[in-house]
Design a protein around this ligand. Structure first.
Ligand SMILES: Nc1ncnc2c1ncn2[C@@H]1O[C@H](COP(=O)(O)OP(=O)(O)OP(=O)(O)O)[C@@H](O)[C@H]1O
Ligand SMILES: [Mg+2]
Length: 284
């Protein structure tokens, strides 16, 4: 019986699978997709801290790591080495339970170790994403956060297509090229008729305290204001800027999200305001 069920799910045709994904996603009230034009701008950091903050505010939350070849969500949540459990009866699996009761799924949970590269091409990656969406028992959730790979790849297109009613957060760094990088992502969101929640400018300025005079000096490593300029030009909302802070980076490396560990830091306060804007838009 169990085997039959598992086999039935594996052999499901694309239409049946799409129907199952739709049914599962209908049980989730709000879906937030985090994307960016280029890599390394802080998508995973934003996705993980957003999910954790929403859970800390009493919402039930899931997070899906859509980055199949570079899955970093488990590392940033201190969940490396965990495995999803299988519900053999139904031929499904349960997402891994993380801090604050987050339901988490990532390709990293299926790899033998974190040094094994995933060298899959587009169609295989999309098939894994569809399996995560259709075969995982997400249950009823208030929010699901999707951490996407950089750019406007097939996986990005697939997620935007599959997730009806999704709201999109575009993460960017503040350089002048941010406008260029954000344009494609914003246009893709508009073409797919998904709601643009806004642009978040990350790594925006770095403040150092002089050990001698005690003065705070602001260093604009990646520039300042590019995200806001981009939002203005592209006529989409601006969610705010999160500064470059060592606590954010160490929080990511150690799996202790900065929004919980350092809520009073400049980045903690800035991110708090971003989360409130997202909640206002999603729960209006
Ligand atoms: N505001 C910030 N201050 C300091 N470090 C940051 C900040 N935001 C992100 N980082 C660090 O920058 C690095 C890249 O961040 P992250 O992995 O979130 O980017 P990404 O956009 O998801 O990358 P990729 O495109 O590879 O998926 C990480 O080490 C992270 O801890
Ligand atoms: Mg990432």
């Amino acid at each position: 019986m169990a085997k039959n069920n598992a086999n039935t799910k594996q052999k499901m045709n694309p239409r049946e699978r799409a129907k199952l994904i739709k049914e599962r996603m209908e049980k989730i009230k709000h879906k937030v997709v985090v994307m960016s034009g280029k890599g390394g701008v802080g998508k995973t950091t934003v996705a993980v801290n957003l999910a954790i903050k929403l859970a800390a505010m009493g919402r039930t939350v899931g997070i899906l790591d859509v980055d199949i070849t570079g899955p970093n969500v488990p590392l940033m949540l201190n969940m490396e080495g965990k495995r999803p459990t299988v519900d053999a009866e139904k031929g499904e699996f349960r997402p891994v339970i993380g801090p604050m009761n987050l339901r988490v799924m990532s390709m990293a949970f299926l790899l033998q170790d974190n040094e094994t590269p995933v060298i899959w091409r587009g169609p295989m990656k999309m098939s894994a994403i569809r399996q995560f969406l259709s075969e995982a028992q997400w249950g009823e959730l208030d929010y699901m956060v999707f951490d996407l790979p950089p750019g406007t790849s097939d996986e990005t297109l697939d997620i935007l297509q599959l997730i009806e009613g999704a709201g999109v957060v575009v993460v960017t760094t503040p350089q002048d090229v941010a406008l260029l990088d954000s344009r494609k992502t914003v246009n893709m969101t508009k073409t797919m008729k998904r709601e643009m929640l806004g642009i978040l400018e990350n790594m925006s300025g770095f403040t150092v305290k002089c050990p001698e005079c005690g003065h705070e000096h602001k260093i604009e490593i990646f520039g300042y204001g590019g995200g806001e300029k981009a939002a203005e030009k592209l006529q989409v909302p601006f969610l705010g800027r999160v500064p470059f802070e060592v606590d954010v980076r160490t929080g990511g490396d150690s799996g202790m999200p900065f929004i919980i560990e350092h809520p009073e830091s400049a980045s903690g306060k800035a991110f708090d305001s971003v989360v409130n804007k997202i909640i206002d838009k999603m729960e209006k």
